[in-house]
Ligand binder design. Structure first.
Ligand code: NAG
Ligand code: NAG
Ligand code: NAG
Ligand code: NAG
Ligand code: NAG
Length: 361
């Protein structure tokens, strides 16, 4: 088992350098021996690996070395970003598939070479996921340089008091900025776009921080209410970002020469709204993702399961790109006739039935 991990580890480290693609850290899971894609099966990397991850830029390697557990936090962040992306795109032609093909420099293949909506989403989500995972790790006491957010306590509310552990999203954001933004060059179009989307992602987390409270006092009198700030579930952030993805702004970059070069994002068409800091922005139209393209790591939609009655993206008409589909009858198993057995078990039977299954040509 140990040897196996070693081999997989080497595979991972060999992913060629396209600097800054830190989400390649999620590739460890792709190589899980049983094809098991649960987060529990992640091979935890050791701090020593920080130096050897070719796809990290120098600053990222330094940050990776900050705490013993930082590399694992980074790994978790990358995995959660990939999982959330795959959830959000499960019904789309591009399903956020990842792989570590030979010579690949990025687990998403070349899809992100276009500065498309999909690329905007992945960049925003990955910045958000990193801020989220780091802040969570802080509150769990897993990192040396942060813990709970003590600053919130400076504001003193009237009807309740701060207590418990407020999760430090400020630190999470600061780290995410330092780590992820460090590979971007704001003097390039790509860099400017990525930086904007990273920030939009982090704001999607910050704007969804929740206040939770607990009552103390004699038998539910709630004479003392103690509250703290909690991170939203990453799913909420993913949901918010997919909405931004759908309404993303197609922009161009304009340069003003006033002494210094000032480069700004402007809507491609003048009748479109100017993007604000929470909007996602993109430069390129997306490919249609219908047919496989090995170079770009696009799998195409052939073989995908579609929904015959849906008029949406997951419907056979759109998902199969007009190529049609085949219907297969599949055996389906489901728990059924469940009953409660005193005390405290639920007994179910397994029901088998046939179910139509539609697959794109
Ligand atoms: C995947 O891993 C989880 C947790 O370790 C385990 O419960 C599950 O049975 C595994 N599934 C397979 C198919 O190996
Ligand atoms: C990977 O790169 C090597 C050397 O650059 C080349 O010989 C090989 O054909 C490439 N493999 C693929 C699948 O492109
Ligand atoms: C930014 O624009 C979106 C619509 O694209 C809007 O829903 C949102 O409220 C705006 N945010 C701010 C801070 O103005
Ligand atoms: C994405 O779709 C491909 C078929 O195009 C399929 O093989 C793959 O398992 C899907 N990936 C995910 C994460 O759903
Ligand atoms: C298929 O689409 C219909 C209509 O949108 C929906 O009601 C149904 O739940 C979908 N079926 C599956 C299996 O997702």
């Amino acid at each position: 088992m140990k040897l196996l991990w070693k081999v997989l580890c080497t595979l991972l480290l060999l992913i060629q350098a396209v600097l800054g693609n830190w989400w390649n850290l999620a590739a460890v899971r792709q190589q899980s021996p049983h094809g098991n894609t649960s987060l529990d099966t992640v091979m935890p990397l050791h701090k020593d690996n920080c130096h050897r991850l070719e796809y990290l830029v120098e600053r990222q390697k330094q940050l990776c070395l900050l705490s013993d557990k930082m590399i694992q936090v980074l790994q978790t962040g990358a995995l959660q970003a990939v999982e959330e992306c795959q959830h959000q795109f499960r019904h789309s032609r591009w399903n956020c598939s990842t792989s570590i093909a030979e010579n690949s420099t990025d687990i998403f293949g070349g899809v992100l070479k276009f500065k498309s909506r999909e690329s905007a989403f992945v960049h925003a989500l990955s910045a958000a996921a990193l801020a989220h995972t780091v802040a969570r790790a802080c509150s769990r006491g897993e990192l040396n340089e942060c813990s709970c957010d003590a600053r919130v306590r400076k504001r003193t509310p009237r009807h309740w008091q701060w207590g418990g552990c407020s999760e430090d999203i400020r630190y999470g954001e600061m780290f995410s900025r330092d780590f992820i933004d460090s590979k971007e060059d704001k003097n390039t179009n790509e860099g400017l776009i990525n930086l904007h989307n990273h920030e939009a992602g982090r704001r999607a987390v910050r704007g969804r921080m929740q206040r939770v409270c607990k009552c103390h006092g004699m038998s539910g009198s709630c004479s003392v209410r103690v509250c703290w700030r909690r991170l939203p579930q990453l799913r909420l952030v993913g949901d918010a970002l997919i909405t931004r993805y759908e309404g993303a702004s197609h922009v161009k970059i304009v340069e003003r020469k006033r002494g210094k070069n000032i480069r700004k994002l402007r809507p491609l068409h003048s009748d479109m709204k100017k993007p604000n800091k929470t909007d996602l922005v993109y430069l390129d139209d997306s490919p249609d993702y219908c047919e496989p393209n090995e170079e770009l790591g696009i799998l195409g939609t052939s073989g995908r399961t579609c929904n015959r009655t849906s008029a949406g993206l997951d419907g056979c008409r759109l998902l199969c790109c007009g190529r049609g589909y085949q219907t297969r009858v599949r055996d389906h198993e489901e728990k059924c006739n469940c009953r409660f057995v005193w005390c405290c078990k639920v007994h179910c039977e397994v029901c088998r039935y046939k179910k139509d299954h539609h697959v794109c040509n």
